[in-house]
Design a protein around this ligand. Structure first.
Ligand SMILES: NC(=O)c1ccc[n+]([C@@H]2O[C@H](COP(=O)([O-])OP(=O)(O)OC[C@H]3O[C@@H](n4cnc5c(N)ncnc54)[C@H](O)[C@@H]3O)[C@@H](O)[C@H]2O)c1
Length: 344
């Protein structure tokens, strides 16, 4: 018998985690699930073999480990429920609709001493793990610049079809917070700490508080510079696409395929080139992923062994801090903001 896994919120990302748990082969039992939309809870329960509970409290009570996969504004209250009942928890990104909320949640999660993990799953992506290896290789020289572009159709339509992403109270903000907090986290993962940002945002869809295009310039503590452009457009042929180019002194690294399986391509000063994708990429990077390459297996195993979950809320908080600095900069017309100086 494995730990009983409960789900609060049974939409798209809950289904993703449920499938990842099944595929991982780690031993688990299905705990209860709950969604304020009963039909969604029933569909999830049928597909996963879970029982539908009558409330979030019942899920926490009947589970050993809890997934919090509701829209963002509910995360804090549900994390508090898990902490009160001493249940390890996996909470989706963004942690909160605000930086202040993310800061409170991180403090409480750390103080609780409970194993916890956040949904910044690209930290285990074979493509990003391999890109980091290539960048950190001394043969590459220092990182000089990065160009990061992320675009998708605004996910209030198409297969996402989520009305909550057009509601500032539930989502907190638009493409930068709701989607590109992953990208900010990857910029920190690949290049390093961020010293200063300058950003401009647009709200072309006219949805109050929901930015749909943000362009930021970034200065890193190690002297590198870069840009992040994130767009929520209406081109339904582009559900979610990232392109990342990293320029080191003697190596250029490019990711422009699948977020997980690449390909990752590189070219060096001596004229050599390389490419890694799919199973080869997974095999090369499995030893680099903390605990397990599958994020959900890693959480279950970490909780079982009492190890720290990774990435935990402290990693998410640093991404929230940079996102907050970008919004602060855009509100001031693009003036530079040091993330260390934003206050909750
Ligand atoms: N890590 C990732 O790559 C990733 C990808 C997509 C979404 N997310 C995050 O996951 C969260 C959910 O996104 P989604 O795409 O699954 O949305 P979704 O709309 O598909 O599902 C959210 C579900 O939460 C339910 N819900 C809301 N409040 C609830 C409550 N108090 N109790 C129980 N159920 C409640 C809704 O009814 C809905 O079914 C968001 O925070 C989002 O940012 C993360």
């Amino acid at each position: 018998m494995g730990p009983r896994i409960g789900f609060i919120g049974t939409g798209h990302i809950a289904t993703f985690h449920s499938k990842m748990l099944r595929r991982s082969g780690v031993e688990i039992d299905r705990g209860p699930c709950f969604d304020i939309d009963t039909t969604r809870a029933e569909t999830f329960a049928r597909a996963s073999g879970a029982e539908v509970a009558g409330s979030a409290e019942e899920v926490v009570e009947g589970s050993d480990l809890v997934y919090i996969t509701t829209w963002t504004s509910e995360h804090e209250r549900l994390v508090d429920l898990c902490i009160a009942a001493e249940r390890p928890f996996f909470c989706e990104k963004p942690l909160s609709t605000s930086f202040a909320g993310a800061e409170r949640m991180t403090r409480r999660a750390i103080d609780s001493g409970l194993v916890h993990q956040c949904g910044l799953i690209l930290r285990r992506s074979p493509a990003y793990l391999w890109a980091r290896e290539l960048i950190e290789d001394p043969a590459a020289g220092a990182v000089m610049a990065v160009v990061f572009r992320d675009d998708q159709f605004i996910p209030i339509q198409g297969h996402y079809n989520s009305s909550w992403r057009a509601d500032i109270d539930k989502a907190g903000a638009g493409t930068l917070l709701e989607h590109s907090i992953h990208d900010v986290d990857m910029l920190r993962f690949l290049v390093g700490d961020i010293d200063s940002v300058s950003a401009h945002a647009t709200y072309r869809h006219g949805i109050p508080g929901i930015d749909d295009s943000v362009a930021s310039t970034i200065s890193f503590a190690n002297g590198a510079i870069g840009t992040l452009t994130t767009v929520w457009h209406d081109n339904l042929s582009r559900p979610s696409l990232r392109r990342v180019e990293i320029f080191c002194e003697r190596r250029t690294v490019m990711l422009d395929g699948d977020d997980w399986f690449g390909p990752v391509r590189w070219s060096d000063a001596d004229g050599t080139t390389g490419e890694l994708a799919g199973e080869d990429l997974l095999e090369r990077t499995t030893p680099l992923a903390a605990i397990h390459p599958n994020p959900d297996a890693a959480f279950v195993l970490a909780a079982g062994d009492g190890l720290g979950g990774h990435p935990d809320f402290s990693v998410a908080l640093e991404a929230h801090r940079v996102v907050e600095a970008m919004y602060a900069s855009s509100r001031s017309g693009g003036s530079p903001v040091d993330p260390a100086e934003v206050s909750p």
